[in-house]
Design a protein around this ligand. Sequence first.
Ligand code: NAI
Ligand code: MG
Length: 394
Amino acid sequence: MSKRTIVLMPGDGIGNAVLPEAVRVLDAVGFKADYVHADIGWEFWCREGNPLPQRTIDLLEKHKIGLFGAITSKPKSDAAKELAPELRDKGYVYYSPIVAMRQHFDLHICTRPCRTFTGNPLNFIRKGPGGTIEEPEVDVVIFRQNTEGLYGGVEWTNPPDQVYDALMTHPKMKNFAWCPKEELAVSTRIFTKKYTTAIVRAAFEYAKKFGYTSVTICEKPNVIRETSGMMLAICKEVQKEYPGIALWNTNIDAQMMWLTKNPEDYGVIVAGNMFGDIVSDGFAGLVGGLGFACSANVGEKVAVFEPTHGSAPKYAEYEISIVNPIAMILSACMMLDHIGESEKAERIRGAIATVIADGKVRAYDMLKLKGSPDVLKQGAASTTQMTDAVIAAL
Ligand code: NAI
Ligand code: MG
């Protein structure tokens, strides 16, 4: 078989620190691939007025598999100020390149596993009966619809007359009739049957393949009756095809409240775009937080793998990087799973587990230190040392 080409998009800030580390681990595990760099992020917004240049889209179109670090996003007004002078007032509007990438390539299935590594000092603990300390083992995989819902981008401030008039035909809009149109902001939450069914089916398929006994829908169908309601109805239909897998229904707000009570009881979770984003951050917090949270964005043709953390700009300036590369390395493992190299992915995850259980090499977040260049003197491993330990354990 010919060698694969992987598109590397380090992006901004610490994306540039963690992505090369993941590639080192891929090399060390014996994964043979060619890598091609692709531009994405703030720099290209400022210089070209486009944070996701066409040449990057072309590379992904061609090679199909991408590893992504992180990007910096800033509010509209800051984005306009930082644009190159010659591009100003020419109608360029900043947009999030990662959201745009998900939509352009229809990367509609987002998977975010949140699993406990034994010995991670950041693991969630709780008090049990008689004051005992319990450390529940979390093994949750969130399926988040990645292209629709509240992040679909269909929104207005001071909506055009046609939109306003259409909204006013809804009886509930009477409650907002007092508000001048210019002072009205509207973000839509659009769910389609096709993509809602696809994410629900992906969740059940995953549960079946990996032996999970439940799929939990985390929405709010009692209040958001049309969109959450549609997802719940589809879940009930799809569940009939999976008799061994129970369907649980929790409201997103209650789920966030109960998250810490019994996280070990949950398996596969399915949700729309925003609630999936929220609940996956919630579960990630139980297993180490941003230094450990990995994700896959998968479409029919293209797939992109990324840690869920951002560009953490203040850490990007450090001479020696201190951020934890594990989230990025775990994202690379998800890439290996996706392309049928699960044996290598398992070996890397095993090496990470060994390093964490040994407890000798720990990034600053695992030592619960406040991030600063000084953490290295306080015994924290650098980004590179953390990776070295994983490679040694391989
Ligand atoms: P962030 O995730 O960049 O950083 C928040 C904090 O989390 C950091 O200050 C650090 O304490 C910790 N952290 C993040 N990654 C870590 C790692 N690998 N190891 C250890 N600690 C880590 O989020 P923030 O500060 O809200 O946003 C910074 C920029 O990143 C913004 O411009 C934001 O728009 C962007 N962003 C991009 C995302 C993406 O590319 N997918 C996701 C989230 C934010
Ligand atoms: Mg998020």
